[in-house]
Design a protein around this ligand. Structure first.
Ligand code: ADP
Length: 399
């Protein structure tokens, strides 16, 4: 089946057309500056044909219409008619407590997403606008919502509760939800396929990218994760602070003389490795700066790695030990330095890390631990779009 995967932000929209029989993408594209002047669409097919247009897209509906004409373009498209699209998989940020898995979209699903929009005010309006536009423009094509949060819905209450009055949790639904679920699910499934379920009963997945999170996965199900009510909690990320004393937040806000909204923006955009290094959020830049002796860049990377190491230790405790640790995401897949800093001194867990193998570059799934290691350390390239396409086909086929 050909599945159109849509990943919408507030002013941008990424898409891929995936043939789920071969699990290969046919084309990828990006619509930028939706709702602003100077909108553009860029698309590239798997065999390298490029397509680009500049045109304003006042709403997500115009963006979807542009996507459909790009998909079917005679020279640079991958299908001759929209009727070849078997289903659309929409990435949706937040399920709230309403969904525990992906769902086929109907009016009721859209209503629940609208109710949950306040939980993800930056992403949900774009997600919902795309769902509505696609249903209008392609009324006969089945659509599936794949949430960033539902993989984590198997967390027990003791893991997702914050230490706040129960009545406030009930009234306002403030709790840990977790994000990056499509990646954590994809990588967990790949790890289980690669190692076998018995060798992967207690798995820690480290998704390290611009945004980063770690999950503890027992028998394929998430039991804890580092991100929380929003994707701000947990690790020190590219520009996000991760865990911080909540009292320090208000103290800083008052000292900086900014509003609560500006403070949330500050914690999301000005902190993390960028904030500490005062250089950049990009790991490649930080590695280059470290090589020239920049001590703040070094501190930023060391602090981020130390936070990851602590979460690995605490999730090993939550799982009652660990059988496998999987690294994924731009940093997890590519930064030998970050992996080395995280895996140093983890012999206490039963890890025999292969430092030489770690430095090599290779594609696909890689093992970075010695054959005698009690814990298998892996690099597993993530593929969130394929994960969404798989979920979409499974639901459309009634599985
Ligand atoms: P996002 O969260 O936006 O999907 P990615 O998963 O693409 O982000 O990860 C982006 C991060 O991966 C950046 O910090 C980038 O520097 C880092 N990265 C990508 N390639 C490399 C590399 N070869 N070496 C070190 N870091 C890398």
């Amino acid at each position: 089946m050909k599945v159109l995967v849509i990943n919408a932000g507030s002013s941008s929209l990424k898409y891929q057309l995936i043939d789920t029989d071969t699990e290969k993408y046919l084309l990828k594209g990006l619509c930028d500056r939706i709702g602003m002047n100077g909108g553009s669409l860029e698309q590239k097919t798997a065999d390298g044909r490029k397509y680009g247009v500049t045109a304003d897209m006042p709403t997500h509906k115009e963006a979807i219409e542009m996507v459909l004409s790009a998909l079917t373009d005679k020279q640079a498209g991958a299908i001759s008619s929209v009727s070849e699209i078997g289903a659309v998989g929409h990435r949706v940020l937040h399920s709230g407590e309403d969904f525990h898995s992906s769902v086929v979209i109907d009016d009721e699903v859209v209503r629940k997403c609208e109710k949950n929009a306040e939980l993800g005010p930056l992403h949900m309006p774009g997600n919902i606008a795309c769902i509505k536009s696609c249903r209008e423009v392609m009324p006969s094509v089945p659509m599936v919502a794949v949430f960033d949060t539902t993989f984590h819905s198997t967390m027990p209450a003791k893991a997702y509760m914050y230490g706040i009055p129960y009545s406030d949790y009930e009234k306002y639904k403030v709790r840990k939800y977790g994000f990056h679920g499509t990646s954590h699910k994809f990588v967990s499934e790949e790890a289980i396929k690669y190692l076998g379920a018995d060798s992967c009963r207690r798995l820690i997945v480290c998704h390290l990218g611009n945004g980063s999170s770690i999950s503890a996965v027992k028998d394929g199900k998430c039991i804890d994760t580092s991100m929380g009510f929003t994707p701000l909690e947990g690790l020190i990320m590219g520009t996000r602070s991760g865990d911080i004393d909540p009292a320090a937040v208000d103290f800083l806000r008052a000292k900086l003389g900014i509003s609560s909204e500006e403070m949330v923006q500050y914690l999301n955009k000005k902190c993390g490795m960028k904030g500490i290094s005062e250089v950049d959020s990009d790991m490649r830049v930080l590695e280059r700066e470290m090589a020239t002796g920049n001590s703040k860049a070094q501190l930023a990377v060391e602090a981020a790695a130390y936070r990851i190491k602590k979460y690995v230790g605490s999730f090993a405790a939550a799982l009652g030990g660990v059988d496998a640790i999987a690294f994924t995401g731009g940093i997890g897949e590519n930064s030998a330095l970050m992996r080395r800093l995280v895996m140093q001194d983890t012999e206490y867990l039963g890890v025999e890390f292969d430092f030489e193998e770690n430095e090599k570059r290779a594609d696909g799934i890689r093992v970075l631990s010695a054959p005698s290691s009690a814990v298998t350390v892996l690099v597993i390239p993530t593929n969130e779009e394929l994960s969404i396409a798989r979920e979409t086909v499974a639901l459309v086929n009634g599985n």
